[in-house]
Design a protein around this ligand. Sequence first.
Ligand SMILES: Nc1nc2c(c(=O)[nH]1)N[C@H]1C(S)=C(S)[C@@H](COP(=O)(O)OP(=O)(O)OC[C@H]3O[C@@H](n4cnc5c(=O)[nH]c(N)nc54)[C@H](O)[C@@H]3O)O[C@H]1N2
Ligand SMILES: Nc1nc2c(c(=O)[nH]1)N[C@H]1C(S)=C(S)[C@@H](COP(=O)(O)OP(=O)(O)OC[C@H]3O[C@@H](n4cnc5c(=O)[nH]c(N)nc54)[C@H](O)[C@@H]3O)O[C@H]1N2
Ligand SMILES: [Mo]
Length: 729
Amino acid sequence: MFVNSAGRFNCGGRCSFRAVMEEGKPVRLVFNPDKTPCVKQCPRHAGYLDTFLSEDRLRYPMKRTGRRGDGAFTRISWEEAVGIITENWKAVKEQHGPASRYVNYSSGVSALARPDYFAKRLLALDGGFLGKYNSYSTACTAFVTPYIYGTTLTGSSSVFLAQSKLIILWGHNPAETIFGAYLMENLIAAKKAGIPIVVLDPRRNRTVDKLNARWIPIRPGTDGALACAMAYEIIRHHHEDRRFLDTFCEGFDHYEDYLAGTTDGVPKSAEWAQAITGIEAETIRGLALEYADAKPAALLSGWGPQRTSNGEQGVRAIATLCCVTGNIGKEGGSAGGVGYVKGRFQPTLHAPPNPVTEAIPSFTWTEAVDRGAIKMILNLGGNTLVNQHSDVNRTAAILRDESKCAFIVVSDLFMTSSARFADVLLPATSFLETANITMPWEEGDYLLHTNKIAEPVGESRFEYDWLCEVAHHLGLAAAFTEGKPSVDDWLRSAYEDLRTVERELPPYETFRADGGYFYTQKTAHTAFKQQIEDFAHNPFSTPSGKIEIYSRRLAAMAIPGIPPIPAYTEGFETIHDPRITRYPFQLIGWHTRRRCHSIHDNNPRMETLDPQCCVMNTEDAARYGVQDGDPIEVFNDRGRIRITARVTDGIMRGVLAIAQGAWWQPDAEGIDRRGNINTLTTLRPTPLAQGNPQHSTLADIKPPAVEAKLGGFRQESATAPPSGKSTPK
Ligand SMILES: Nc1nc2c(c(=O)[nH]1)N[C@H]1C(S)=C(S)[C@@H](COP(=O)(O)OP(=O)(O)OC[C@H]3O[C@@H](n4cnc5c(=O)[nH]c(N)nc54)[C@H](O)[C@@H]3O)O[C@H]1N2
Ligand SMILES: Nc1nc2c(c(=O)[nH]1)N[C@H]1C(S)=C(S)[C@@H](COP(=O)(O)OP(=O)(O)OC[C@H]3O[C@@H](n4cnc5c(=O)[nH]c(N)nc54)[C@H](O)[C@@H]3O)O[C@H]1N2
Ligand SMILES: [Mo]
């Protein structure tokens, strides 16, 4: 017996598979790399059954017994859980108003029927909730890209990489981050065809090895300086595309003055950038001219460089470099920016209007709790309540204060660090246990259907089911459900709507039975092709109708650190921060292939692929007397981590790296024993987007000798349950 189904995680891709069933249970999942090639790069799908059917699953609703965050809970019935939620839901609205209710960012259910969608739907019908904008993924780049291009759809289909003469992967690691089901396939094909590939990253990332690419290490947070210097050198050598700049760009002359040093007396030369980026001036000049002369050339940016304290400016400078070389709107070229690709129509569920118009940047919710603006949090299918947010010690302290946030609901599969901060903790069904529809990242001519292939674990329920009961108690059942008693009804209805525009789609029953649909007609899109080929009829969607190198809108905002041109501005927590004397390392993170964010951290099979560690440079390690495999402490004034050192030449001197997503497991002293990087990151937002600058973090390490005196070393294994986990009674 087989059932066709699909993964629905925020993993960079989307996989279709066939579950082999025995006695009504999935025993094996068979993937089809011809259909969703991302499975060739992704080891995580091999861990789906282990992770999601693990003994660690939450099995019944619980309520908190001890202090918030201590992790002591007692078992309750669903009826009681729904009763407590309804009571607090109403009380918070009466005492603090609807705008004090907040649904936290979450990506555990990356599909059409999302728990947070249904929660916001019910809140909107019940007077409203505090809205949010921006994500943890692309806060800086998605916010600033429209200032340049008037849209976030600046990406092109990766199939056109075959036409590139040079590919630059800028802070990009698709061998691990996937970034759409086809990208790595097309990069591998490009490499085989002899197209040179360069990777700019403080770490020698897996993509460098996978593609046998040229690695140029760059100091974290200095990408904007490199882009400025490349533009300067290209112009100085007269290799720029002047016609492109004159025709399509607004205010380039201001930027050119800045590059030449007319305004501040400092030419933004390769030598200038060498001191900032740590890259030899000759290398910078060489790369600049190589990029300018390879026509077309694709400069693809990952989102690592924009998760920094000056992330917005870096994005602007890199996009400008694409203008300087005239690579925009051309097959095999690229435009920079956030890089979302215009794709097919997707199914949607229409949200009722939120009567509350106030919204916060999603990263700043802790600040809103701290000033008393948020009194109820629904954290459904996400771990950003603690683990994936920044400065988890400060976050935990804010959450522990019950005079601030009065009520927290968490719905998850596991006792995560976020789950431990719930007042009511609900067991959710996993993707094996509920149907859904899921869409590929960016490009992809397919749509997948996740089918139910296992019975719900314990008493677990999909969030829609209990929200319907809350709706009933609020007297809003009819409006909330619109006559659709189950999630399947919502899926079918959205699918039928989609079929009116995507006419190739089969009937719903066929789509569901096949686990999705792969369109026979393939799409391929080059961003801004129309603008470049027929500008008179297709202006850019900016106020000037051109690509805005100089932005009047940003000039009017006059935000410190955000000048009107893409000048290099240094953010906070850089090597020029006075705290560098105490915390001499720049700490960055990355998205490891062993996890999807925090998912699979409790899967020991995945741990063997990429054991949680702190990567450091050989020379730095020698100075500190650290050897590969030594236990070390990584710390700053926000927190401490005990972790194993991994010593290598594959990272710049002065830089440490810890993969994001490990489960925060503080011991009695508050020292994290598992290696959650957010123990050390800051809550201070970036200047314009108010986004998460998690790669701008200063830290120091303590070598093993000091560590031994501190009382020995113990790093939690991947299998250990988080401390504080209590067996519900
Ligand atoms: N395996 C796996 N894949 C995933 C995910 C996952 O959790 N696991 N998550 C998915 C999601 S939701 C997202 S948003 C994406 C994230 O995708 P990205 O944000 O692109 O991924 P990161 O690994 O954070 O960063 C990419 C690279 O940037 C480097 N980097 C860090 N700081 C800097 C810097 O200042 N300058 C430069 N030049 N490079 C820097 C890192 O070393 C890393 O190799 O990945 C998606 N894919
Ligand atoms: N330092 C640092 N922090 C980061 C990042 C970084 O690069 N560096 N990356 C950021 C990015 S790009 C993102 S997108 C965020 C991701 O942040 P989150 O969206 O919080 O991602 P996860 O940690 O995967 O959390 C998903 C949760 O959903 C649960 N879950 C899985 N399946 C289901 C289900 O079917 N139902 C329910 N109810 N729950 C389910 C999982 O157990 C897990 O606890 O993290 C951000 N945090
Ligand atoms: Mo993300």
